[in-house]
Design a protein around this ligand. Sequence first.
Ligand SMILES: [Mg+2]
Length: 371
Amino acid sequence: MKISAARVTCFRLPLVAPLATAHGAIATRDGALLEIATRAGLRGFGEAMPLAGFGLESFEESQGALAAIAQGLLGCDVRELGAALARGGEAAPHAPAARAAADCALHDLAAREAGVSVASLLAGGSATRAFVRASALVAALEPEAAALGARRLAAAGFDTLKLKVSADLEHELRRIAAVRSALSRPIRIRLDANGAFAAREAEAALASFARFKPEFVEQPLATHDAASWARLRSASPVPIAADESVRDELSVRALLEADAVDWLVLKPAALGGLAAAWRIAELARARGVRVVVTSFLDSAIGRTAALQLAAALPGTATAAGLATGSLLAGDLASMPDGALLAVPAEPGLGVRPDLDALARCRSGASLELAA
Ligand SMILES: [Mg+2]
């Protein structure tokens, strides 16, 4: 069951409207789709979608890394998943987004070969979830529009809402207050600062957010320094979550050993894939730190991979940040976007790119490799 062919196709997905983040506004998402195939006709898919602000490789670097990885995977046996994953990692040690593409395509292919879902493959036969609750992003910046958006999302069944918060604290407090008062039933609120605050500002911000009882505040600090996080956590009246600071196992170990976080945000697309995210989740569990799986404006391929991970993780379910499909004006495949996401149970990832959709959003020629 050896990999005999690989193809890399670049694409660009437009957003419905530019999304403001502390790293700048995002209007389009560039990605590279990796397809690997065996001679028997089994195919696996994964995507690389580097994201500014996460310390990932640039899109151009990712493309180059993916070409090297694809070449390295030719001849690998998908029944020896660990060895194939290691091969992908060796080919591009400094390109986590490209590694994530290879990791996803290999899991897809290995799960198809084994006749199980990717979630079952990850869980090693343990029970997995058929459904995963999703959180939704309140994207509107003005308090009134945000309140309206939040009410709409609550009516659509979401019980966890997330708001990006900027360093303009006065504005954000008005916005969060408007959202809180617009909601007529108990809804969890998550705040995401994307590293907007310096240490002292962060302390003041967390203290002022406390009245809204957020489930957690994501990445309050720009720094990845574990000691700074530990100081902030000991002063914080609200739980804090690391996201951009979750870069690899080493950075996570430093945060966990310093008792610096309450939550970790796991983005398989930024961590080098499902295997790396799984290992980090195990480290967190051993420390009693909770995890939340998210994607960030990934295509349906990346979101489904993250969904399979969320379905496989043991322990108490948390709402996953995977209902981001409606922010995209175009996608590689259709995937339901709602408060309760059904996890595809068929063998493999459970999604494959729609060829018409890929033709519409592809950018440039494909790279084709064969053994
Ligand atoms: Mg975040």
